[in-house]
Ligand binder design. Structure first.
Ligand code: TEU
Ligand code: CA
Length: 559
């Protein structure tokens, strides 16, 4: 593989709890993943990003780690994990692990020690402060509702937790803590992994003094993002991490960075700065949120999506590198959010896949999107498991009396459990995910949406993804070509070119259920080789003017 193999790779994200259960306890596990590696090899992906499998009490489904060097019992043993890595490498698949070091679990040995006394050697592994005016040290809001501080009686101080109360933030100002992190990273790198996805890594440097944030009138606490996102020492820490842990390994890194903008991303991903190879930015997945945050619903508009992606495509065109994703374990299913999961589920799933895989950057496939899996609507809040959703429901409905139906609707649209329903392998009970009772209910549409049907149907979303991935391997223009919009003002058609070494590719996407007409700019030849489409298309037709069908996608390599 070339030194920058990660530019040419397609990454597949596995959320292990929901992927495949091998022992009937209703929870996905490592042996379940091993049993499905040939399926992933057939899809054609190169890298697997494995969400956390470390020891955890699962307050946040593994993103609350109690032993960074142990495998969670529910998922299996270290021997199982080593076999997984070996089986992946045998198939030419690479493995990147999830690095969750903005916070640990409160059950981690470090925190158990830290909370014992103010002079405990581990005290400063975490962020402890005295209360202020009889309350929390500042007005920051947790990403999971409520205050970002929890009072601890034993030492009469508060500790910071930007996420759940069981996820205390680690103190990156402490060089001893940083050394512990770097040594832990080398423990996994020495086992042969191929890189890391770094969880909220731009949160690790907080503004000195932890000052109060701007608080909206109608909110009890303030979204403190400006004070813990992209903080003053973030670049120092990332460069130190590269130098002390990552250098010397041929690995890829992707930093998850809520709130990052293009200018900051240029710094994070500039190759000579040796920080990360790419970032997960959040602009496109915030377009359907109002001022009240993700639960304050707004329509997703294609024009805004096009503007956002164009800004990032052009912004990182000559420096840095883009990651490309439309969903993951924190986001609703892409076909439900950006496409049409009712009348045009298959067409729009394929159109969105065409979009992601013909942009410049590294595409990420989230488990199940290759099937066109959709959001889910459970009737009762008791069927939901995600702490972010349950905390929000309690705060809004139970504590503040907001309308139950309105809040349930926002969960149907934006809740993280949409992406966490078990993978639908076949039309048997529980979609073939488990022989037991699944930890989270399977989407009732598993009878028609499942791997077994997809593999047997040559026109399935799965086989479309397989063809798309194959095209990227055969056509360097799809990886390295420049990006330029055509028809920049149309409100249904999103069309652009890719150019590379004298070749031109034209991509036309209809993001609507209408039938708008694509107009080829006059300076283009009107003949091209049709590489892929989600409809039957006569490859020889003149493409000067093309009436596109609902959610139609076409990709041409121009003569
Ligand atoms: O997510 C960080 C993050 O910003 C999410 O909280 C996301 O913005 C939100 O959930 C959208 O609804 C990472 C992990 O991906 C997430 O699963 C963890 O819950 C979180 O960090 C804490 O580790
Ligand atoms: Ca299991």
């Amino acid at each position: 593989m070339s030194k920058q193999w990660w530019k040419e790779a397609v990454v597949y994200q596995i959320y292990p709890r929901s992927f495949k259960d091998s022992n009937g306890d209703g929870i996905g596990d490592i042996n379940g993943i091993i049993s499905k590696l040939d399926y992933l090899k057939e899809l054609g992906i190169d890298v697997i990003w494995l969400s956390p499998v470390y020891d955890s009490p699962n307050d946040d489904n593994g993103y609350d780690i109690s032993d960074y060097r142990g495998i969670m019992d529910e998922f299996g043993t270290m021997a199982d994990w080593e076999r997984l890595l070996d089986e992946m490498h045998k198939r030419g698949l690479k493995l990147i692990m999830d690095l969750v070091v903005n916070h640990s679990s409160d059950e981690h040995a470090w925190f158990v020690e830290s909370r014992k006394s103010k002079d405990n050697p581990y005290r400063d592994y975490y962020i402890w402060r005295d209360g202020k005016d009889g309350g929390e040290p500042n007005n920051w809001e947790s990403c999971f509702s409520g205050s970002a501080w929890k009072y601890d009686e034993a030492t009469d101080q508060y500790f910071l937790h930007l996420f759940s109360q069981k996820q205390p933030d680690l103190n990156w100002e402490n060089p001893k803590l940083r050394e512990e992190v770097y040594n832990m990273m080398k423990f996994w790198l020495e086992k042969g992994i191929d890189g890391f996805r770094m969880d909220v890594i731009n949160f690790i440097s907080k503004v000195d003094g932890l000052p109060d944030a701007e608080k909206p009138e109608d909110r009890k606490y303030a979204p403190g993002g400006d004070y813990f996102m992209n903080g003053p020492k973030i670049h120092d820490y990332l460069q130190e991490m590269h130098e002390k842990a990552l250098s010397g390994y041929d690995v890829m890194t992707v930093g998850e960075m809520p709130g990052v903008n293009v200018e900051e991303a240029k710094l994070y991903t500039a190759e000579d700065r040796k920080e990360v190879n790419m970032v997960f930015q959040f602009e496109h997945v915030d377009l359907d949120s109002g001022p009240g945050g993700k639960w304050d619903l707004r329509p997703m508009r294609m024009i805004a999506l096009r503007d956002s992606f164009t800004k990032w495509q052009k912004g990182l065109e000559h420096e840095g590198w883009n990651s490309l994703y439309l969903n993951n374990h924190d986001q609703p299913r892409m076909v439900s959010r950006f496409g049409n999961d009712k009348e045009y589920r298959i067409e729009s799933a394929k159109m969105l896949a065409t979009f992601l895989h013909t942009l410049k950057g590294t595409p990420y496939i989230y488990q199940g999107e290759e099937l066109g899996m959709t959001n889910v609507e459970f009737n009762s809040i008791d069927d939901y498991q995600d702490i972010e959703t349950l905390n929000m429901y309690r705060e809004k409905v139970i504590e503040n009396g907001e309308d139950h139906d309105k809040v349930m609707h926002s969960i149907y649209v934006k809740g993280r459990d949409n992406a966490r329903t078990p993978i639908q392998w076949d039309d048997s009970e529980h979609g073939g995910f488990t022989t037991g009772t699944p930890w989270l209910k399977v989407n009732p549409n598993y009878k028609e949406i499942n791997v077994k049907h997809a593999m047997a149907d040559p026109d399935s979303v799965f086989h479309y993804y397989r063809k798309l991935i194959g095209l990227r391997k055969e056509n360097p223009i799809m990886v390295y070509g420049s990006y330029d919009l055509i028809m920049p003002d149309h409100d249904q058609i999103y069309a652009y070119t890719r150019k590379y070494e004298g070749q031109t590719m034209i991509i036309m996407l209809n993001f609507s259920s209408g039938t708008p007409v694509f107009q080829l700019p006059s300076d283009f030849e009107s003949k091209g080789e049709l590489l892929i489409s989600n409809y039957d298309v006569n490859g020889d037709e003149d493409i000067h003017e093309v009436e596109l069908r609902p959610y139609e996608a076409r990709v041409y390599l121009m003569k």
